[in-house]
Design a protein around this ligand. Structure first.
Ligand code: UN1
Length: 510
């Protein structure tokens, strides 16, 4: 194991010593292993980074889009060449099982492959005019400077979902990653710079939450920021939305989820169990797309739960470096703390299944099949809670940990109502062999993403990703849809008639 690396923000290609406040990014599977000592920036430095981005952006925007696409493509190739080492760092710094970390790195490669091609397609339109000898066009223009604030549960894939299209579209970026994923962020940024992203076009700033708000507020005030992208909690998303709204900006917000999985009476129960295990406990339940509540039809509830309880009981948990585990530790102490609050929402009327204990896995509360040493890591028992009611906090709120609630329904309409009730709207799944059930579910659900006979998670690089309600402001990432986040339409009137034609007043009849 290597010792901690000292890390600082990188602004305009230069490492800038922080404000003096440091943060130790620890391996959550072995808290004694400090991955990085991070020098946190102050608000002024975050503003400086936005100013540097502003200076660098103009020239970057002049680089032809296909050439910018080549840079994004080269970034993807470098990520591919460093796939294993990047995945190992993800595993070490945020505790994601290595197989999942490899999958996450693959998402970056897929994203870069997609936007490499998009560089040659950054299409505008030719639009017919009402007037003769006049042509109308549209162009996609870069927004300018984008501040990207990301969480650490997907410390490289989700940032790449922003970075690749933002850079491709000719924007400069200030990236504020999660402090507890600082080393991983630096490794990814290094690959982007090596691929040819100019220094000032990608700036990396480490800062705590309040400093970020302060620095971002000043930068917005000073006209140095044109777009904010944020992936994280609904609570913080609201604050970002308020701040941006004051400056007449619409941020790209990808927030929490309380993602339901409906088990219809005709579901393939074995597959549904496998899907629920992966959806709810994969990444220790810390995906925005993690399964929150199973809504099982009354007829299959008992049998589904019997099989699911068995699967949960047998699920290997532990050292994320081992390929066998379903999940590893929680991301860091802060998340462990808020998850403990969520555990306190379990009420007397609930039945806890699948685990002998609730809470932290320690040497004193062992878990059968645990892989590795629990004493130094942020490991939690998988919790399966039956008897959940629609008024329960556990039904309404995101828990962001390995906890799944279970409730029942009688009619499909009731299932849809329950699925929509918490007011989030990110991802939802239905298990059924009946196309009509699947179709009616799809039609009735408020979520931005719907799965039929699959997991609630599993984004693909070319499909829109995003949510509604408490899950976001309707913005979408991935595929061509994210281009609307990082470009603005410019309309062009081009009159070659040799006369002053006036729209609405001068319609020429031929
Ligand atoms: C997130 O948790 O912020 O489809 C993103 C998925 C993942 C991405 C989740 N690939 O669940």
């Amino acid at each position: 194991m290597t010792g901690p690396t000292a890390l600082n923000s990188v602004i305009d290609g230069k490492e800038v010593p922080g404000s003096g406040v440091t943060y130790a990014s620890r391996n959550p599977a072995r808290l004694s292993d400090v991955v990085a000592e991070v020098g946190l920036a102050d608000a002024g430095q975050l503003r400086d980074a936005c100013a540097a981005a502003r200076r660098a952006q103009r020239e970057w925007a002049r680089v032809p889009a296909p050439v910018r696409g080549q840079v994004v493509g080269a970034f993807g190739r470098l990520v591919e060449a460093n796939k294993e080492s990047l995945a190992r760092l993800v595993t070490r710094e945020v505790g994601k099982p290595y197989a999942e970390a490899l999958g996450e790195v693959q998402e970056i490669i897929d994203t870069c492959d997609f936007f490499l091609g998009e560089g040659r397609r950054l299409y505008g339109q030719t639009v017919p005019s009402e007037m003769a000898d006049k042509q109308l066009f549209t162009y996609r223009m870069p927004v300018g400077v984008a501040v990207i604030v990301t969480a650490g549960n997907f410390p490289v894939a989700v940032p790449a979902w922003y970075l690749a299209p933002a850079l491709l579209c000719g924007n400069a970026v200030v990236w504020k990653p999660a402090e507890y994923a600082a080393a991983t962020a630096r490794a990814l940024a290094e690959l982007a710079w090596r691929a040819g992203v100019p220094a000032g076009v990608l700036n990396l700033v480490y800062a705590d939450g309040e400093t970020t708000f302060e620095g971002l507020g000043t930068a917005l005030e000073d006209g140095l920021v044109d777009k904010v992208g944020f992936t994280g909690s609904t609570l913080v998303g609201r604050r970002i939305g308020e701040l941006c709204g004051r400056h007449l900006q619409t941020p790209c917000l990808e927030l929490g989820g309380k993602n339901p999985m409906v088990i219809a009476p005709d579901a393939d129960l074995d597959l549904a169990v496998e899907a629920a295990l992966f959806s709810g406990y994969g990444t220790a339940g810390q995906r925005c797309t993690s399964l929150g509540t199973v809504i099982a039809h009354e007829e299959v509830h008992d049998e589904f739960l019997r099989r699911f309880t068995e699967a949960v009981r047998d699920a290997p948990v532990g050292d994320p470096a081992s390929s066998a585990v379903v999940y590893g530790p929680l991301l860091d102490e802060k998340f462990a703390h808020s998850y403990e609050t969520a555990l306190s929402w379990i009420d007397a009327h609930h039945t806890v299944l699948g685990s002998s204990a609730v809470g932290r896995i320690t040497a004193e509360s062992p878990r059968a099949g645990f892989v590795g040493d629990p004493s130094d890591g942020l490991y939690y028992h998988p919790v399966l809670v039956d008897g959940v009611r629609p008024t329960d906090k556990i039904f309404l709120e995101e828990t962001f940990g390995p906890l799944i609630g279970v409730t029942t329904y009688r009619t499909l309409d009731e299932a849809i109502e329950l699925a929509n009730a918490p007011g989030y709207g990110l991802s939802a799944a239905v298990w059924t062999r009946d196309p009509a059930t699947a179709f009616r579910f799809r039609q009735g659900i408020g979520a931005g993403m719907v799965s039929v006979n699959n997991s609630t998670s599993g984004a693909e690089a070319h499909l829109p990703f995003g949510g509604n309600g408490k899950s976001g402001n309707g913005s979408r990432q991935s595929g061509v849809w994210v281009l609307d986040q990082f470009t603005r339409w410019q309309s062009v009137n081009w009159d070659f008639s040799g006369t002053l034609q006036k729209a609405q007043m001068d319609v020429t009849t031929v």
